[in-house]
Design a protein around this ligand. Sequence first.
Ligand code: SF4
Length: 348
Amino acid sequence: METRPGNDRTELLGMNLQELEIVVENLQLPRFTAKQLARWIYVKRCSDFNAMSDISQKGREILADRCVIGLSAAIKTSKSADGSKKYLFAARHGFVESVYIPEKDRATLCISSQAGCRMGCKFCATGGMGFKGNLSAGEIINQVLSVEESDRLTNIVYMGMGEPLDNLPAVMKSMEILQAPYASAMSYKRITLSTVGIIPALKRFLDESSCHVAISVHAASPEKRALIVPAEKAYPVKEVVALLREYDWSHQRRISFEYTLLGNVNDSTQDAIELAALVKGIDCRINLIPYHDSGRGGFSPSSAEATEKFIKILEQKHINTTVRRSRGKDIDAACGMLSAKQTNKRNA
Ligand code: SF4
């Protein structure tokens, strides 16, 4: 059970119902108080024990004395002219970001799973920060519950700062709570985990979760990918795809491949042909992502011409391809940029 450093009170956010039951049992409160707590925290997003009106006065006092809820508001928000919004949260190990992306038929929140990241992808601002620490399940859930649009969210994507499969226990726990009937009751069809493909953790995730998965490819050739995504050396994308092929994708789970288009780096005809060959025969979607300048690695976006050509080759190979609309350019929406700025400010 989580306790804040220098504080021996138990933090409730991030606990599932069974864990809340243990807490209330230890406090000699009725067992049903656990369900009441879950509802107040996860459904009503209540951050004050005193406001939990269906819990006895005595129970509220005991809870306030021995526990903390753990919900914490963003320390900064920036709204883009295109409607997307970036939130900055202070976690135990550093600043983390979430991005709210409203669209015509959905409202997505992109959340972080770590402060910083160990993967070191060359085009990514978070990759340049190094690793600061894992988020707890509570810190992951807090992002979903503490954004102003929490009630409106239809989709959650684990695509913010960090590599979710490098923090699998907390990520799985947060997904369990998001889907639980006593909490957000979100369908697994609304949750996507994005990963560079840490193979043992990916296998566990595929075995234990039904949520969608997105693989960050960024280059199909092993040599080229290793230059952009260093994880290629330990977890070759060909082996990642071979693992995916072992699973049955005929049910509702969706697989997609993420590909950031970097001008004159991974956007040639040959790159597109190799990408098509990599995913051949898999019922999937390729998500092409326009590059947001992260100020790292000296990369530039692909030209409109190169992008068009790339798409055409994939379409000729009958691969379902989408280009992600560039959002939040005016608010440093590329992963890790706002957090890096805030960290620099604090260290200045
Ligand atoms: Fe980590 Fe994702 Fe950035 Fe790669 S792209 S360094 S996995 S946060």
